[in-house]
Design a binder for this molecule. Sequence first.
Ligand SMILES: N[C@@H](CCC(=O)N[C@@H](CS)C(=O)NCC(=O)O)C(=O)O
Length: 261
Amino acid sequence: MLLYEHPGSPYAQKIKIALREKSIPFTVEVPDGMATGRTDTPFVAANPRAEVPVLVDGEIRIFESTIIMEYIEDRWPDPPLLPRSPEARAAARIIEDVCDTQYEAVNWGFCEVLWFKRATGQLAETLQTEAARQTIVLQDWLAERLGDAPWFGGATFGYADAAVVPMVHRSILYGMGPKPGSPLAVWHERVRERPAVAITLAEFEASAARMADTVAAFGKGGKLREYRDHRLEWMVKSGGIEVVLAGLRDADIRFPWPNPG
Ligand SMILES: N[C@@H](CCC(=O)N[C@@H](CS)C(=O)NCC(=O)O)C(=O)O
């Protein structure tokens, strides 16, 4: 089984945590020509959206991390990552959805400023302040869902924990982590001890340490940053419409497939 991924992708991290928790062997590949707009690759044949992760299981190709998570749970039910009761399953899926949409967009927006220098001066400050403010709102929401339980899945680690790890871990890297000693911070300490999480976060950190090279490759490689759905919305609502306009003017951003003619 092959996973097209990027170690920096929180969506790919979620999948790798799930596969490793279930002890499913897989190989990884960072797709050739990622973010270049190339369409003649096996990766784009598998996912016209040209986004990681994509799971290749024999003849089957699955994209969208939530759909991949569901496939993994259906195909390898033991140990289960989704709880049994319908209400607990719905609760886990809600947490995953909020992490994949609103929370991820905040981390992405912060990174657009910090690393990709899409804004400078006052605008950079506004966007980073907004990211920090919205992170607190999202972490409070998560802390409420966690309550006194050890895991977002309740008594056992599960689906929701796998979805939250990449988000909170990245916030910490950006200096926007939960207050030390708070239930969310304690959960993070607990979850990162799990082997499936530890190895996935080690891969992420190795990739984060090469961030300067990644940014340089964008600069000269004709690569385009994807401004899609929640990410685009985040930039606009947080005050960064100029960033989007500059990206259009300089032709160094892309919108999701299908491409306009
Ligand atoms: N909704 C998708 C989002 C996947 C996504 O946006 N992946 C990013 C990496 S974090 C990507 O591959 N972007 C392609 C690009 O930037 O060209 C999912 O859950 O799988």
